[in-house]
Write a protein that binds this ligand. Structure first.
Ligand SMILES: Cc1cc2nc3c(=O)[nH]c(=O)nc-3n(C[C@H](O)[C@H](O)[C@H](O)COP(=O)(O)OP(=O)(O)OC[C@H]3O[C@@H](n4cnc5c(N)ncnc54)[C@H](O)[C@@H]3O)c2cc1C
Length: 404
């Protein structure tokens, strides 16, 4: 027990990419900043990507590990998206966000209040403004993003992904899932370190999709392109909720920010670039003495969130054939409309238009009822994945340890 007392202008609780960016930019803006994390120096784990034009101007090029000029989307046909996409360099991003002049505290916040944060070692931080950037809880039965990623040597990956190419969404029927099984797609991009990540992903299902199922699907896709793994490739796993709503002004004692504060995109599972972009809005509100939640979440941004949430509900109830057709319709929309769904914080008019057009262009006609939730609203709720035995049917790398 230290009983230490710290008094600052701004306290940031949680040093993921969002919290670190907020603390760094607040420090640069002249505030006295305290930032808390149980392991402040720990490298971030997930692979973060985004559209290149989503990053704010203050993020340097060194924060980008690899860039894909025109990524590919496979639906019923191949689409080349003329919009550069990038994988972030976690080290580069961290180095771009130094906290030299901030008070960085190692500890777990046990109480986070509007002006007071208590840590598990008895430290108490008093601050004029407290941001809660502690990320998301486990999803339970919430609508989720689930992914199993395998890092494959670029040479081995070449039959599917060559230098400078990337597959954002691959809906080709190569993952072995039948029409009566929940859908998932492949995401595969080069990481700029000699590897390519192949990540089977499911979005919008209640409770998500098990890792075992996702890995089996990834292996099926790789096999369909003649790619065999060594077996000891590194992997990553994603399992988090997509439905964390924006805070209401006056309702939250602290200011939730980042994935915790409604910035997780309900349809894509991305939050990093959006959060980086909104950091300065939050800091400017603190400087001006206005309510950051009001500035971050004007009515038009809330409307955008609400519409995206409808999109996520739709995603979570479609079959593979329906999802493929729906994305086919979406990727024929104008660049502004695509951006309104994928990126823009508050372009509600273009988003309303693209959602309407996507439904209107989906064929056969009766599938539109599923899209809007008039039919099969809970299609995959309670779906039981085929049980598989780790010994008799080794899929995950750990299974081999058990089974052989
Ligand atoms: C495999 C995978 C791939 C992903 N790919 C992408 C992608 O391509 N693009 C994208 O935008 N997003 C991606 N995501 C989602 C991404 O992880 C989140 O969007 C992002 O991490 C959210 O950042 P954050 O700073 O808000 O929260 P987090 O990164 O979750 O950080 C929260 C921080 O709070 C700290 N903390 C927690 N509790 C406490 C406490 N009590 N006291 C103090 N500190 C605490 C944690 O230690 C952590 O450092 C991916 C996720 C996974 C798992």
């Amino acid at each position: 027990m230290t009983g230490r007392q710290v008094r600052v202008d701004v306290c940031v609780v949680g040093l993921g990419p969002t919290g670190r960016a907020l603390a760094h930019r607040a420090m640069l803006a002249g505030f006295e900043v305290a930032a808390v994390d149980p392991r402040p120096e720990r490298p971030w784990v997930p692979t973060y990507s985004c559209w290149a034009d989503e990053l704010p101007g203050w993020v340097p090029r060194t924060a980008i590990a690899s860039r894909i000029a025109a990524p590919t989307v496979w639906t019923n046909a191949e689409h080349r998206i003329q919009r550069p996409y990038c994988v972030l360099s976690k080290r580069g991003l961290r180095e771009a966000l130094p906290l030299d002049d901030a008070t960085v505290l190692r500890g777990r916040a046990t109480a986070v209040g509007a002006h007071r944060v208590e840590l598990d070692d008895d430290t108490v931080i008093t601050a004029a403004t407290v941001f809660d950037t502690r990320g998301l809880p486990l999803p339970g039965t919430r609508r989720s993003a689930s992914a199993h990623g395998i890092f494959v040597d670029a040479e081995r990956a070449a039959p599917m992904i060559s230098e400078g190419e990337g597959l954002l969404l691959d809906w080709r029927a190569e993952n072995g899932a039948g029409p009566g099984e929940p859908p998932s797609f492949l995401y595969a991009v080069p990481l700029g370190d000699g590897t390519v990540i192949f990540e089977e992903t499911s979005l919008g299902l209640r409770g998500g999709m098990p890792q075992r199922e996702l890995r089996r699907r990834t292996l099926n896709r790789l096999a369909a392109h003649g790619i065999r793994l060594r077996g000891d490739e590194r992997t990553e796993a994603a399992h988090y909720p997509l439905d964390q709503p924006p805070p209401r002004p006056g309702a939250a004692p602290v200011i939730p920010f980042g994935a915790r504060g409604g910035m997780m995109h309900p349809c894509t599972g991305y939050s990093v670039a959006a959060s980086l972009t909104l950091v300065d809005t939050a800091i400017e509100a603190v400087r001006a003495g206005t309510d950051p939640i009001r500035e971050l979440w004007p009515a038009r941004a809330r409307l955008v969130y609400w519409m995206r949430e409808r999109g996520m509900f739709g995603l979570g109830r479609l079959t593979t054939a329906q999802a493929t057709t729906m994305f086919d319709a979406f990727f024929t929309a104008s660049p502004r409309q695509q951006r309104a769904l994928l990126s823009a914080h508050d372009d509600y008019a273009a988003l309303g238009a693209v959602l309407f057009l996507t439904v209107a262009r989906t064929w056969p006609f009766r599938w539109r009822f599923d899209l809007v939730g008039w039919t099969h609203r809970n299609r995959w709720v309670g779906y039981e994945y085929t049980p598989s035995d780790p010994v008799l049917d080794p899929v995950l790398p750990d299974d081999r340890g058990i089974g052989r």
